[in-house]
Design a protein. Structure first.
Length: 168
């Protein structure tokens, strides 16, 4: 059974995923890191090939990862929104939605120009609020567990997920 972390950009999926892997001996994979390693910077993929191409690459990675067991998978913010991806991930995993309010997310992503959906908008807060409004219902629907991350350390969030995962 895999532990799958989903949620908005800046919520801490990568940091928490690494910590869970360290504490449990599971292997950790970050879908964005895999894509970057194989295809280059995500912002370049968006710019030169478009978001649809990037989303297809995400699905390729999911197909590979779901063949393995005992993983911690940190997903990109939009990966889980595609029903095909969430369906595959649920076959051999439990999905944990890491939830945070817009203020927490904004404090973590402000000034980060590596995030294509926030790049060049000049309206980071508005974009983040819109994405949060659009994505939260889907995150909630596909997840098996919801873990609030506001005012919690990476360690606290990792421990909470590990405790929940022990029951699965």
């Amino acid at each position: 059974m895999n532990i799958v972390l989903c949620g908005m950009m800046g919520v801490g999926k990568s940091s928490v995923g690494i910590r869970i892997a360290e504490k449990t001996g599971r292997r950790w994979y970050d879908t964005d890191v895999i894509i970057s390693g194989r295809h280059g910077k995500i912002s370049d993929i968006f710019e030169f090939y478009g978001e649809a191409h990037f989303r297809a690459l995400e699905t390729e990675i999911v197909r590979e990862l779901v063949c393995s067991d005992h993983l911690v998978i940190s997903t990109g913010g939009g990966l889980i929104l595609k029903a095909e991806n969430s369906g595959m991930l649920k076959e051999n995993g439990k999905i944990f939605f890491l939830r945070a309010n817009v203020e927490t997310l904004l404090s973590r992503v402000l000034g980060d120009d590596t995030r294509p959906l926030l790049r060049d908008s000049g309206k980071t807060e508005d974009t983040l609020k819109r994405l949060l409004r659009e994505r939260t219902p889907i995150y909630e629907q596909v997840s098996d567990f919801i873990v609030d991350t506001d005012h919690k350390t990476v360690e606290e969030v990792a421990d909470e997920i590990i405790a929940l995962a022990e029951g699965i």
